[in-house]
Design a protein around this ligand. Structure first.
Ligand code: NAD
Length: 494
């Protein structure tokens, strides 16, 4: 804000920062204070077209740039992001509501993807065989696609754009980013870092906006591939629209992540880890545990411990000392969470701790919600299957590991499932049988490192190749196979 006027956010097109001509704009709000930080334009189709055409114009020269040169700006980007880590993290706290530690952590996970993509000279190597038949050799090359785009959600503004950008550009594509209109300021910082890192104009572009901006990207003939992260209904729609026009698409959706607590688990450790999973980032991680399923005797001890942890968690603005949990993203989100908790209670659940909006001294207009534990949530109830995306942990109870696994598999989402046990055999049975893409064993947030795919099954993922690591390299390249014959009698003598 300058003189009470919200900062106007810009697009980055063909290497220049440009004001959007869109009259449709929305405020970017600090969810802890309710203060308007900036105004984000909802770019029109013509502005998307300009960004994509700028990227397409930059593509031939970028594709011809040797991969060893293409990764040089990424090395510089890593150094710039590390230099500016605290400042960018403070911005994430301001617009997204995390604690400072959470914000630094997510940016660090993003930087790890930049590091991995710096290995692109090796990662995108092809394969070959000499003499697949007599005198015939066969080679497989990886070539970039052209212009690719990513559409990202509000909950990890520092990390999620970096799940895609480094792999896309290092493989030789030109990349157009459309961040969440609720947290677009962090993206401005990341794109400024890319500008400083020295990518040629048009290699990295940014267009701000919401649904119409996304649809203009999905419908653009020059866009070859779409990466999306967000809620399941939108992921499904984006996947359908992108693939209908022949684009490649990888669309990560929502979640309802279960964790199974067996009676032989280390309950002190398990409760600490699960509390962080359920209430960290105010429950707005796609890997947040939102249902804990106790088995047998774990029920009483776990319920008691998790309730104590939830009740003692300090809620507030993420830059204030000692705060362990920030607000949720908006008043609308807080009200939706409250509504789902009420529905849960109507359907027979009991509030053990929390169960309503929280008031924080000095932040009367913030969107805070108490860390909440609900017991006796029934299979098939609204709460057992609906993504809450807030600090609400539902408890369910069964008698055997087999019943727990059946309950885990009886849900539409498959982003993450965790088990807490000291038995290797139980852990092995769990990881083999459970239908989820990311599995945690004595871990509550099983976030794959940058050199592993960020997996996801069922309604949590639409596509074939996931984000990060080798999957990212495959997603952003097409494979060309060359079979060649060079008869010996054609050898010239000079
Ligand atoms: P969202 O679906 O509302 O928005 C995501 C993006 O899509 C934004 O950029 C938004 O502008 C755009 N968008 C919104 N509606 C659209 C529409 N109808 N058509 C086209 N584009 C549209 O998601 P969100 O609220 O920003 O993020 C939270 C969701 O993301 C949660 O469901 C969470 O589980 C999910 N998420 C999943 C993962 C994962 O890895 N699977 C990671 C992070 C977040």
């Amino acid at each position: 804000m300058t003189d009470g006027t919200p900062v106007e956010l810009l697009n980055f097109v063909s290497g220049a920062w440009r004001r959007s001509s869109a009259s449709d704009r929305s405020p970017v709000v600090n969810p802890a204070s309710g203060t308007t930080l900036a105004e984000v334009p909802h770019s029109a189709a013509s502005e998307v077209d300009a960004a994509v055409r700028g990227a397409a114009a930059a593509y031939p020269a970028w594709r011809d740039t040797p991969v060893v040169e293409r990764v040089q700006p990424l090395y510089r980007l890593k150094a710039i992001l590390e230099r500016d880590l605290d400042e960018i993290a403070r911005g994430i706290v301001e617009e997204c509501g995390k604690t400072f530690g959470e914000a630094k952590g997510e940016l660090q996970r993003g930087i790890e993807n930049v590091e991995v993509a710096c290995g692109m000279p090796s990662l995108m190597q092809g394969i070959n065989n000499e003499d697949v038949a007599r005198g015939i050799d066969e080679h497989m090359f990886r070539q970039p696609l052209g212009v690719v785009t990513a559409i990202t959600p509000f909950n990890f503004p520092g990390m999620i754009p970096l799940w895609f950008l480094p792999y896309a550009v290092a493989t030789g594509n030109c990349f157009v980013l459309k961040p969440s209109e609720r947290v677009p300021m962090t993206t401005q910082a990341i794109v400024r870092a890319c500008e400083e890192a020295g990518f040629p104009p048009g290699v990295v572009s940014l267009v701000n906006g919401g649904r119409p901006t996304v649809e203009a990207l999905l419908d653009h003939d020059e866009v070859r591939a779409v990466s999306f992260v967000g809620s399941t209904p939108v992921a499904r729609a984006v996947y359908a629209r992108a693939t209908a026009s022949g684009k490649r698409a990888q669309c990560q959706g929502g979640a309802k992540n279960p964790a199974v607590v067996l009676p032989d688990a280390d309950l002190d450790l398990g409760t600490r880890i699960l509390a962080d999973s359920a209430f960290g980032c105010a429950g707005q991680r796609c890997l947040a545990t939102s249902v804990a399923i106790t088995v047998g005797e774990a029920r009483e001890a776990f319920t008691e411990r998790i309730a104590e942890d939830a009740a003692s968690r300090r809620v507030g603005f993420g830059l204030d000392e000692g705060v362990q949990m920030g607000p949720v993203i908006s008043g609308e989100s807080r009200d939706r969470i409250a509504g789902l908790v009420e529905t849960g209670v109507r359907e027979g659940a009991r509030v053990v701790v929390g169960g309503g909006p929280a008031e924080v001294d000095g932040y009367a207009d913030g969107f805070f919600y108490h860390p909440t534990v609900l017991d006796g949530v029934e299979a098939g109830s609204t709460l057992s299957g609906t993504e809450v995306f807030g600090p609400v942990l539902s408890l369910m109870h069964v008698d055997t590991l087999e019943e727990a696994i059946a309950l885990v598999n009886d849900r539409p989402f498959g982003n993450q499932a965790c088990v807490f046990t000291s038995s290797g055999a139980s852990a092995r049975a769990f990881r083999r049988e459970v239908r989820a893409g990311n599995i945690g064993v004595n871990l509550g947030v099983a976030a794959p490192m940058a050199f592993f795919p960020f997996s996801g099954f069922k309604e949590s993922f639409f596509g074939d190749l996931h984000a990060q690591g080798a999957h990212g390299v495959e997603f952003y390249t097409e494979t060309k196979v060359v079979v060649e014959r060079w008869p010996a009698q054609w050898t010239r003598t000079f």
